[in-house]
Design a protein around this ligand. Structure first.
Ligand SMILES: [Zn+2]
Ligand SMILES: [Zn+2]
Length: 204
């Protein structure tokens, strides 16, 4: 008996061919990001006032309030990490017709609990949700943004790539995708990063 030829479908999270419902690695990354978000939320409290970490030895030279990191503040607000997670959880409840969508008093509890619900339902979301990829992308971007703020890394470098039509797009390595302004082709994350780098135009 001959083994059947392996069938391949596009992975719902990256669109590359896959011999199962989803690449294990792609699913594991979403799970990893969801698992990391509650801890990142807590750690972001330290990123709110970057000047207070890792002192430079000088003390009490100034008492003026330190500027607050707006990006960290946004992520810790109810519309930040908690907003992204509650939006997708609400979507899940509506699709499944589940009653009593849970609402949590503290933002920190909301992040923890919604991340938990989404992790439990991750296989279903990947298998059934028409926007599974958008979900994975949003979770990756918000976790990436939080990690950068927590570790103090600089934002990812932007590169300019060119479409066969001649149009160019400025993208980062963690871009979910981009649309070519020239021909309106929508590129996914992998596709856009496979495009050739645009030649640097020398200033006239
Ligand atoms: Zn994949
Ligand atoms: Zn184009």
């Amino acid at each position: 008996m001959n083994a059947p030829a392996p069938l391949s479908w596009p992975c719902p999270l990256c669109d590359r061919p896959c011999n199962g419902p989803v690449h294990e690695g792609c699913q594991a990354k979403v799970d990893e990001n969801l698992t990391a978000l509650p801890a990142l939320y807590v750690q972001l409290a330290d990123a709110l006032y970057p000047g207070r970490r890792g002192g430079d030895g000088r003390t009490g030279t100034r008492t003026a309030p330190l500027p607050c990191n707006e990006e960290a503040l946004d992520l810790r607000s109810r519309g930040g990490i908690a907003g992204v997670l509650s939006g997708w959880t609400l979507d899940l409840y509506e699709r499944e017709g589940w009653q009593s969508f849970p609402v949590f008093g503290s933002v920190e509890t909301a992040v923890t609990e919604y991340a938990k619900i989404l992790r439990i339902n991750l296989p279903w979301i990947i298998d059934q949700h028409p926007a599974a990829r958008e979900f994975a992308d949003e979770v990756r971007l918000i976790a990436g943004q939080a990690r950068r703020l927590v570790t103090g890394e600089t934002p990812p470098r932007r590169v300019t790539v060119s479409c066969p039509c001649g149009g160019t797009m400025r993208v980062t390595l963690d871009t979910p995708g981009a649309r070519c302004p020239g021909c309106s082709t929508q590129y996914g994350h992998t596709e856009v990063l496979q495009l050739p780098a645009a030649e640097r135009r020398t200033a006239a």
